[in-house]
Design a protein around this ligand. Sequence first.
Ligand code: GDP
Ligand code: ZN
Length: 313
Amino acid sequence: MTALVVSGSNNIFIVEDLSAGDGQKRYVECRIKGKVLKGVEGFYNPLAPGDRVEVEEDPATPGKGQIVALGERKNSFVRFNQKGQSPQLLAANVDLVLCVASPASPPFRPRFLDRLLVQAEYSGIQGVIVLNKCELESDLDVAERLEDFNRIGYPVFRVSARTGDGLDALKNLVGGKFSVMVGQSGVGKSSLLNALAGDLALRVGELCQKYDRGSHTTTRATLLPVPTPEGLGWVIDTPGIRRLVPHGMGANDLALYFREFAPLVGRCTFGLSCTHQTEPGCKIMEAVDAGVIHEDRYESFLRLRDELAQGTP
Ligand code: GDP
Ligand code: ZN
């Protein structure tokens, strides 16, 4: 049967049987057949929520099975795992990266959003900003930064898991789609998912916890069904990220993943060899001076560029 990976830890994966009828949720606990699966080389973890797999169910013990093949991956969202020194798959086959932030407690961190958005661009996935705790005041000029994110092409949703503000709009957004929710811990990802998915989230959460043997709890991502007026949506809940090191790109192609920089790449006087740091006739620096590129975004670019150039995570 074809199945959807819901969660995985310690090499036991929970998958949802996609051949079960509509509204019929049927989960199977799987191991990978043999030791390796084709197409997963080089990753810290072989499968992520959102992956499609072929499963052979054990006729003797229904509800248990073996994963025999991985379906083609449309895209994947990864973070670099410093402990494992390799990329860790957080989600596969998603339409949206929901970058969750808060105006206060924890403070708004636009630079962190830039990192998430760069990774989303690199993966070819649309980034969306979700400002949770929107009822809280902030010391920073959050509205000004959000306006700029919106201007450069990232939709912004202001919501509150506490007051319920904006949740209908967020539901409409995720209906009929696959999304991955990412952000620092404490911004309210779990609260939002509980508000969106309700009982369903609890049920899946409990199911997956049953298979957790403790050690991997903090690195696990889980796919949750979200009932919406537009039909079911799917949201992948990820563990809180403290630090995100962009993965897969080099210092010299970083500008391509800053959405508003990308059209200018190659147009500087020094062409593709321009580092956009000191060169005369740099179109990107000119755009910063002209206010077309926000100074904060340029600052993020410089820091990330340095990190990538040094190759130190
Ligand atoms: P996570 O680490 O991102 O999953 O964050 P949690 O969902 O655990 O929430 C962290 C804290 O923020 C908890 O104390 C929540 O009660 C609180 N919180 C979540 N959503 C809101 C909100 O919309 N407004 C306010 N004021 N607090 C919230
Ligand atoms: Zn330049």
